[in-house]
Design a protein around this ligand. Structure first.
Ligand code: PBG
Length: 322
């Protein structure tokens, strides 16, 4: 036996030297749920370790994360007033825009602020666009999404991230941003987003579950790999600066497929259900949490993601799991 693969596995130093994939803090994005009461803090039962924060609490938390090298956030708003046009998400002093402005004031350019752009949490019916006779209207919803994105850009967001999966929203939002002079605000498209059971805990966290029906008439069918690549390539053509595959773990093949089809930077969203399964198993002593989190985040990067949006971010850095 001339070839012995084990030679380079012999010592920790050799293994470290030949490691092909490393996950760095700069690649991680921490999602946050923002509530209207500035001093509020509400633990989310289905996502152990994650809380909804009012802006004062958010500032404290982000300050700590910055010390760990975690310098990107993705903000989701919770709205006490919901209606059929998602008005709370587009008015100028909406909860997300207020949080963006405050974070910008506190941290300046040390923090990358991304915002989720979607109407489900501000709609009384919980769907991601205007609803008529049980159907989400596509083109009628685009101006509302554009207004929401614009309000985040005005407040100082670096990146706006539409997650609705309606057709043509990347072009519509890009035009709205450019038309208002926000040519430097980047657009991260949730370009390939599947209709997934893994969003369960998130809908509880963001109070955004559809009251009737489901999202399969706009989010993607998990069975389709070719269509998955096409969705992302189309958004690149509409002007997206960054693309995304979501969820991550059941779709590592799709991450690889999109990576190979385009040179645009790619994010993957390690979603709520993926997080909560790890937390539940760890709580029961069934898995070694740190080891599993490292393995999961590494696999997502190895598959081809440049950025990883993950609820594990700050704990993984704090406990040196990576
Ligand atoms: C909003 C949105 C969802 C997620 C991100 N943005 C939920 C959904 O589409 O129902 C899920 C994130 C997660 O599960 O962590 N459309």
């Amino acid at each position: 036996m001339r070839i012995r693969m084990r030679r380079l596995r012999r010592t920790e130093l050799l293994r470290e030297a030949v490691a092909e994939t490393r996950v760095h803090a700069a690649q991680l994005v921490q999602p946050h749920f923002v509530i209207e009461d500035p001093r509020g803090e509400e633990p989310i039962a289905s996502m152990p370790g994650v809380s909804r924060f009012g802006v004062d609490k958010l500032v404290a938390r982000v300050g700590k994360d910055l010390e760990l090298g975690l310098a990107s956030v993705l903000l989701f708003g919770l709205y006490s007033k919901k209606d059929a046009r998602g008005t709370s998400a587009t008015e100028p002093d909406n909860v997300v825009s207020r949080a963006v402005a405050r974070l910008r004031r506190e941290f300046g350019s040390r923090l990358t602020i991304m915002t989720d752009v979607c109407l489900c949490a501000s709609m009384d019916h919980g769907h991601c666009g205007v609803l008529q006779d049980g159907k989400v209207l596509n083109d009628e919803s685009l101006p509302i999404l554009s207004a929401m994105a614009l309000s985040h850009a005005r407040a100082g967001a670096d990146v706006v991230a539409p997650s609705d999966m309606l057709d043509g929203r990347v072009a519509a939002i890009r035009d709205a941003l450019d038309g208002a002079g926000f040519t430097d605000t980047a657009l991260l498209s949730y370009s390939t987003k599947f209709a997934s059971g893994f969003y369960g805990p998130f809908r509880d966290a963001a109070d955004s579950a559809p009251k009737s029906g489901d999202r399969r008439a706009y989010q993607m069918d998990p069975r389709n790999g070719r269509e998955a690549v096409r969705e992302s390539v189309l958004d690149e053509g509409e002007g997206a600066d960054l693309l995304m595959v979501k969820p991550a773990l059941a779709y590592l093949d799709v991450i690889r497929g999109v990576r190979e089809a385009t040179s645009v930077p790619l994010a993957a969203y390690n979603v709520s259900g993926e997080y909560s399964m790890v937390k539940a198993a760890a709580k029961n002593g069934w898995i070694d949490e740190g080891r599993v989190v490292k393995e999961i985040l590494t696999s997502i990067v190895r598959a081809g993601a440049d950025l990883v949006i993950t609820y594990h971010g700050s704990e993984a850095l704090e406990k040196r799991w990576l």
